[in-house]
Design a protein around this ligand. Sequence first.
Ligand SMILES: O=C(CO)[C@H](O)[C@H](O)COP(=O)(O)O
Length: 225
Amino acid sequence: MAKDDDKRLAAGAAVAEVADGMLVGLGTGSTAAFAIAALGRRIAEGLRVEAVATSEATAAAARAVGVVVRDFSTIATLDLTIDGADEIDSRLFAIKGAGGAMLREKAVAAASRRMVVIADGSKRVAAIGAAKVPVEVLPFASASVVAALERLGAAVAVRAGYVTDNGNIIADCHFPAMPDPRALAARIAAIPGALGHGLFLDEVDAAYIAADGNVTRLERDGSSG
Ligand SMILES: O=C(CO)[C@H](O)[C@H](O)COP(=O)(O)O
């Protein structure tokens, strides 16, 4: 089965969790785009929801299918967020941000009562660490942040020609030997000028992962279905 079919399946399973009246966080990327399309179809059938978007691209895509998009700066709590990932493991540790939206994605995920990752089977790994960890960097501090990331053991590449929705740059960090994710997350967060990173260690409550047409649901409490 094609990867896009699996993305669509995972997205559909997550969107089935959306109930009338919910405020929903919408992720960024190609898998999240399937969720936005599925949500649009449910709205056309009569579902009443509002949403928060994790990127300008997602806001535009959501509005295009009839989703009311609210300003996150006015919102303290959401019901459910649905988002993609670049890697996810059975601890529900994820690496996100290949699409460059991880700072907003993490803020929205952290404000959500439940955060669900949707992915095709290629994203499921035994332990996160092979994917690059993107770091959103204040341009003013770019050289010092890159040097600090290199001191943590990363091979760092600043994403060429890319500016985030927040006006910052992205440093993609490849760790040939991935340190303990929690220690690494704390060290990156402690670098002045590093505004956010793609290690999602506490945000994900569940994941729908589709492979060869079969969807598996993983829950943070260890249950699956
Ligand atoms: O974190 C993200 C964007 O910042 C995406 O959710 C992640 O990169 C997965 O994208 P895709 O579904 O296109 O593979």
